[in-house]
Design a protein around this ligand. Structure first.
Ligand code: ADP
Ligand code: MG
Length: 713
């Protein structure tokens, strides 16, 4: 066998099942030990300082800079106890990754001496030389520098390395004039917008509008694990995160024997290590299991407040990657590492709480149910009016392979609400809401609505946006994407709908509130029910039906991204101060550019691999066959001769088509706007190469095969 491949397999087989001895039992006290969380602050800060900080965190008041020195001092003392030598502002630029630039606490004071210092100013802002982060033109227009600003709502934490530790301070990242250059800033803005809208709505229902609004998120994260020996033997995985070639093996996920199966010892050792690292960081990892595809897994935390949950998911992805390395594995977070096999998504479970009440909980009293149905209808309206934006928020080169590939939801956005709610919605629309399917008489009136029983219908796994008992689960986001993007959109469009609804309710006379509300909900349902679909989202019938309903369908990223700069959408962003026109355009440019760059990298690597790996492998095979044919033709051996010639014909023809397809790909790569052509040529080239893989002597095939990467660990 090809020696690289052989060595890779041998090294995997020699691998021990995880480093168990390194793990000591985890206790509840270990949870959050590496986090400077609020309880710790309370213990270590003077009372008035702590109180001022809580006003900022809890009530969204501006940060009082006079307390910064005291907070910084306490934070430094704690970090030093934890062994930290450096601190960093930790932020989320538009590359999609996290960024950090470390500064040591060390401060020379002359005479060869130094102190360890960290001031309030160090805590609050920093000016990283950020000229290499994408800005979509913002920085050249305004000012070259970027600024990071402390986000006190997400606690600082310690990141450990082999020889030390770093204090990480979650921050927002902006340009000089305040234009957002990151994912956190618009997220915080959108949360504030939504919070205001919820309070306004609650006032319509007789509340004083002073309670806390909490947006909650529980992201389920899918990923693949393969042995590092395979990974490093595949240039496509190393360079692009996915296999650009590779024939799916006869057995992959058809037998459904991996999903929820017993977890292999080596993988379990990895998962246990991951969980204990996450718990130390105060990340509430809860579930772990095998996913549908071989070598695919899922981890999900208990839901948290949105901003924190987004930060935690970014950290979780990093912990997955780092821990995998330690275990001789590689964690693939790409949306589609293996063609023909299930891809990876990130289910975004989103909900909304006012005071202590989850607004998406049907609840047990008529008042709460009226609020629930109003919120539900506002969300239906929001998704229908802005499904283009929701689609945009999941657009990426990687996710294009997943959406609509009969495993993930399609690119068409619709809502699943279940049979029972559909029945209630139906009755509201007809103006005859008398009974739920279950039992009892009901009218929408605040006083007369009885308890709605919890939705008992089966989950619909094909729906992109599904109501699941007390939350919405948005299933389109890709596994490698930050949750920030889609939640900025969700918060903004839902805030807009809640405001519209509140605006109507505010006009109602007190006596006519119930009937007015009922009429309003009826109108909303009538206008927006086309977005509700409880059937099979994978079927072609739905594609046709969705087109008849006028629902947008943007299968590719370049098309989907355009919504970001549609005039009506920019007006919406500006209305709520979530994005300025300049910010929306800069994002559009950055994401579009990123898409084209990724496609180009994949195209160039495909061409390179075809010419330097696959054509030579096929040629070796052909040359061996040709030698045999030449030798045989000098003899009177007849048996097997025509087989040799037929095999040589097959290989030869494949080499010819690979050669020709390389030419077409090369041409596509020379075009200025060649992405669509590059994608097509890559697909054609891959088809021939994968066919070649199935026809070339297994001993001669140079790269690890799917059956090896997915099944040997
Ligand atoms: P599944 O969808 O796989 O059946 P669950 O419904 O139990 O799993 O939960 C999936 C995720 O949804 C978990 O991270 C969970 O914490 C989260 N979740 C549950 N309730 C809420 C909520 N009110 N707001 C946000 N996320 C929630
Ligand atoms: Mg789920």
């Amino acid at each position: 066998m090809n020696s690289d491949r052989k060595n890779a397999i041998a090294s995997v087989l020699a691998h021990e099942d995880g480093a168990e001895s390194e793990l000591k039992p985890f206790t509840a006290e270990d949870y959050g030990i590496d986090v400077f969380h609020f309880t710790r602050m309370k213990d270590r800060l003077p009372k008035p300082v702590y109180q001022k900080l809580m006003d900022t965190v809890g009530e969204g008041q501006p940060l009082d800079s006079t307390i910064a020195d005291a907070v910084a001092h306490a934070m430094k003392e704690w970090a030093l106890e934890k062994g930290a030598t450096h601190y960093t502002h930790w932020f989320q630029p538009l590359t999609g990754a996290t960024a950090e630039k470390h500064d040591s606490f060390l401060d020379p004071v002359g005479n060869g001496q130094a102190i360890l210092s960290f001031s309030g100013k160090n805590l609050i802002v920093s000016e990283p030389d950020a000229s290499s982060f994408p800005s979509g033109g913002i920085r050249s227009t305004f000012e070259a520098r970027g600024y990071t600003a402390w986000d006190p709502t997400s606690p600082a934490f310690i990141k450990r390395g082999r020889n030390g530790a770093t204090l990480c301070i979650p921050t927002a990242f902006c340009a000089y004039a305040g234009e957002a250059l990151d994912k956190k800033t618009p997220l915080l803005r959108s949360m504030q917008t939504l919070s205001k809208a919820v309070k306004r709505l609650m006032m319509c229902f007789g509340d004083d509008g002073t309670k806390n609004v909490r947006v909650t998120l529980g992201p389920e994260q899918e990923y693949f694990l393969i042995d590092e020996s395979f990974y490093y033997a595949r240039p496509d995985l190393v360079q692009t995160g996915r296999t650009l070639f590779g024939a799916p093996p006869p057995k992959h996920q058809q037998l459904e024997d991996h999903y929820f199966g017993a977890i292999k010892p080596r993988i379990l050792a990895f998962m246990t290590d991951v969980d204990s690292n996450l718990w130390k960081l105060g990340i509430p990892a809860k579930t772990r299991h095998n996913e549908v595809a071989p070598a695919q897994f899922e981890i999900a935390p208990v839901f948290e407040e949105l901003n924190l949950a987004v930060d935690h998911n970014m950290l979780l992805m990093e912990v997955l990657r780092r821990t995998a390395e330690k275990h001789g594995l590689v964690c693939l977070l790409h949306e589609k590492p293996f063609t023909g096999i299930n891809g990876s998504g990130k289910h975004n479970n989103w909900s909304l709480t006012y005071g202590n009440v989850n607004l998406l909980n049907p609840g047990s009293d008529p008042h709460q149910n009226a609020i629930f149905l109003t919120t539900l209808c506002a969300i239906v309206m929001a998704i229908d009016k802005h499904s283009d934006l929701l689609r945009t928020s999941t657009a990426s080169a990687g996710n294009d392979h997943r959406l609509g590939a009969n495993e993930a939801p399609p690119a068409i956005i619709s809502i699943f609400i279940g049979e029972q709610l559909a029945d209630i919605i139906d009755q509201i629309e007809k103006g005859s809401l008398k009974s739920s399917k279950q039992a009892g008489t009901m009218r929408i009136g605040v006083d007369t609505l009885p308890a709605l029983p919890r939705d008992s219908t089966d989950r619909n796994r094909t729906s992109p946006f599904a109501f699941t008992s007390n939350k919405f689960e948005f299933r389109a986001p890709g596994s490698s994407q930050s949750c920030a993007g889609c939640n900025v959109i969700l918060n903004t469009i839902i805030a807009d709908s809640l405001n519209e609804v509140a605006g109507e309710l505010e006009k109602l006379p007190k006596a006519g509130f119930n009937s007015g509300l009922q009429e309003l909900l009826r109108k909303i349902i009538k206008a927006h029910k086309r977005i509700i679909f409880n059937g099979d989202n994978y079927s072609t019938a739905w594609k046709e039906e969705a087109a008849r309903r006028g629902l947008p369908n943007f299968p590719t990223t370049p098309d989907a991204l355009k919504a970001l700069v549609a005039p009506a959408n920019i007006a919406l962003f500006e209305k709520y101060g979530v994005f300025s026109r300049v910010e929306a355009h800069s994002r559009y440019e950055i994401f579009t550019e990123e898409y084209h760059r990724k496609i180009r990298i994949e195209g160039e690597l495909s061409l390179n691999m075809a010419r330097t790996i696959f054509l030579p492998a096929g040629s070796k095979q052909l040359s061996e066959l040709a030698k045999t044919i030449a030798v045989m033709s000098g003899t009177d051996l007849k048996a097997g001769f025509s087989t040799q010639k037929a095999m040589a014909e097959t290989i030869g023809r494949l080499l010819d088509s690979i050669h020709a397809e390389c030419g077409r790909l090369e041409k596509a790569l020379s075009l200025r706007d060649g992405s669509a052509k590059i994608v097509d040529s890559m697909a054609a080239l891959r088809k021939s190469v994968d066919f070649l893989e199935k026809n070339v002597d297994d001993e001669l095939w140079p790269l690890p095969k799917y059956r090896e990467m997915l099944f040997i660990s």
